[in-house]
Design a protein around this ligand. Structure first.
Ligand code: NOJ
Ligand code: CA
Length: 546
């Protein structure tokens, strides 16, 4: 039986029971009518986030940047881009968030800078410049061409190398040529970036989301990738990556260094965007409890809509992560297609119940809670080097022009669907997705078993995924019907009361009756009465029952 950690551990490890909300600052709220979201806009909307019930926000980059990769090309790590405001605006945001008991983590982008960062301007100035070794430079191949066969992550970019005519050498860029990779084998780079971490920690941030940590260290001899996998741009879908431009063993020394810096401050954490789908390999980024506190699990994004597929991901996480590692799940982010687009409106509700009831820290992407969908944009609007703009359109606060995001003209268009999928309209509708998220967050907040309890799969078939969360004898059953038809699950020994259903036919507090019937695309949470055993499914009818 799982038992509660002591209260000191709970507050030190607040990130285990927290629900995070990702804000893409450009698109959340515009305070000065220039059509671009900003820090003051976020500060004004913190009350909404508090009422939603989230515990922490992750801010995507707001640092000075030429915006080639919309802020993931940083030209000064310790400032705020004027388009987003000032350091004073940041301090105000942080203070206001903390006063509302909302923690704030910021994006740390260590793999690369902008090509306009003063470090790179110096580095490229001459081969003898003291900052030359801050980046990864190599001679072109004999006869010209890139030094090796490494590819940029972005298909459109092609090779990961660009020749710098002035000095006759190529520099490495895992993304666009405007994002040169730092040389993390150079201790001066480590020291400079440690200062960046301290700068934000001293300002009071609660931690960091670390951009592509698995890419920080490259093969020391810059060896070619093996020919059979050289076409792979990422480590997605590879059981054993073997790529030499990422996931090199020495990266774990860097993560331990980051951890030491964070551990010198109370209650700080880091979550890593480790883009490796091979779970045992990704799990190594937790170290022995001395590297990252959290590692994103992105697997849901790629699953077909089937209970077996999602249960397989959860089962693998439960079996593979060592006891001291804590899962972190997400349905979408600024790089991926939105959940409501992938699943459609009914299934998005089931996905929401799953995300907020699994064992692990959930990360919501802004707008996910109101069912925002990807927007098809014509060429006039697309600016992103990897065509991700459609999942980054302005937050939809209210119906009408500008959707309450801006009174100017928004940097990306607001789609017609914003007339109904918006915060104001959905708050008035008890059956809206937004109100489902609010109810889910309340139930999660009131039930420690959902935050910190164990997770055991009880039943998976063609229609349903059912699991049990348990802590200190408190047992909650979550049943998700992935099917577009109703279904019935028969359990031995199931007595309890409903805490939540996605559907209107059940009221919280009602007794759960047997056999358990789930409507099409219904998700429910039941508090089980105290009993000795785990409910076991004896028979199930996955076929339509109505
Ligand atoms: C991952 C970020 O999420 C993505 O938006 C960015 O383009 C790359 N890293 C490069 O920083
Ligand atoms: Ca603005």
């Amino acid at each position: 039986m799982s038992s509660s950690p002591d209260s000191a551990a709970v507050s030190r490890e607040w990130w285990k029971s927290a629900v995070f909300y990702q804000i893409y600052p450009r698109s959340f709220a515009d305070s000065n009518a220039d059509g671009i979201g900003d820090l003051r806009g976020i500060t004004h909307r913190l009350g909404y986030l508090q009422q939603l019930g989230i515990d922490a926000i992750w801010l995507s980059p707001f640092y000075p940047s030429p915006m080639v990769d919309f802020g993931y090309d940083v030209s000064d790590y310790c400032e705020v881009d004027p388009i987003f405001g000032s350091l004073a605006d940041f301090d105000e945001l942080l203070a206001r968030a903390h006063s509302l008991k909302i923690r704030v983590i910021v994006d740390f982008v260590p793999n690369h800078t902008s090509d306009q960062h003063p470090w790179f301007l110096e580095s490229r100035a001459s081969r003898l410049n003291p900052k030359r070794e801050w980046y990864v430079w190599a001679d072109p191949a004999p006869g010209g061409g890139p030094p090796n066969n490494w590819l940029s992550c972005f298909e459109r970019v092609g090779a990961a190398w660009t020749l710098d005519e002035r000095t006759g050498q190529c520099y490495l860029h895992s993304y666009t040529p405007h994002q040169p990779d730092l040389n993390w084998r150079n201790p001066d780079v480590c020291a400079a970036m440690e200062r960046v971490l301290r700068f934000w920690l001293d300002r009071g941030v609660d931690g960091f989301r670390i951009d592509v940590p698995h890419r920080l260290i490259k093969h020391s001899e810059l060896q070619n990738n093996p020919p059979e996998i050289a076409h792979l741009r990422t480590a997605y879908g590879q059981p054993v990556p073997g790529l030499r431009n990422l996931n090199q063993p020495e990266v774990h020394d860097l993560l331990r260094l980051f951890r030491c810096v964070l551990d010198a401050y109370p209650e700080r954490m880091a979550v890593g965007e480790v883009g490796i789908t091979d779970l045992p390999e990704a799990a190594r980024y937790y170290g022995r409890g001395d590297e990252l506190e959290l590692v994103f699990n992105f697997s849901f994004w790629a699953q077909p809509w089937s209970p077996a597929a999602f249960a397989r991901v959860v089962g693998e996480v439960e079996r593979t992560l060592p006891a001291e590692a804590w899962p972190a799940y997400t349905l979408s982010n600024h790089d991926l297609s939105r959940a409501a687009t992938r699943y459609g409106p009914e299934r998005a509700q089931v996905a929401a119940v799953m995300l907020l009831t699994l064992r692990g820290t959930p990360f919501l992407y802004y707008g996910e809670e109101i069912g925002m969908t990807d927007v098809q944009l014509d060429a006039r609007w697309t600016n992103d080097p990897d065509d991700r703009d459609g999942a980054r359109t302005p937050m939809q606060w209210e119906p009408g022009l500008g959707a309450g995001f801006t009174t100017g003209s928004p940097w990306l268009p607001v789609p017609p669907t914003a007339r109904t999928a918006n915060v104001t309209t959905e708050l008035q509708d008890p059956r809206s997705l937004l109100n489902l998220y609010r109810r889910l967050l309340q139930v999660r907040c009131r039930n420690r078993a959902l935050q910190l309890g164990s997770c055991e799969t009880v039943l998976v078939n063609d229609a349903v995924f059912v699991y049990l969360r348990e802590l200190d004898g408190e047992r909650l059953l979550v049943a998700l019907n992935f099917a577009d038809h109703s279904t019935t699950c028969r359990f031995d020994d199931l007595k309890g009361t409903y805490l939540l259903s996605t559907h209107a036919h059940i009221d919280p507090g009602e007794h759960a009756s047997l056999p358990l019937r789930l409507e099409a695309n219904e998700g429910i949470i039941i508090r089980l009465e105290v009993s000795d055993g785990t409910p076991s499914a004896t028979a199930v009818s996955p076929s339509p029952t109505s």
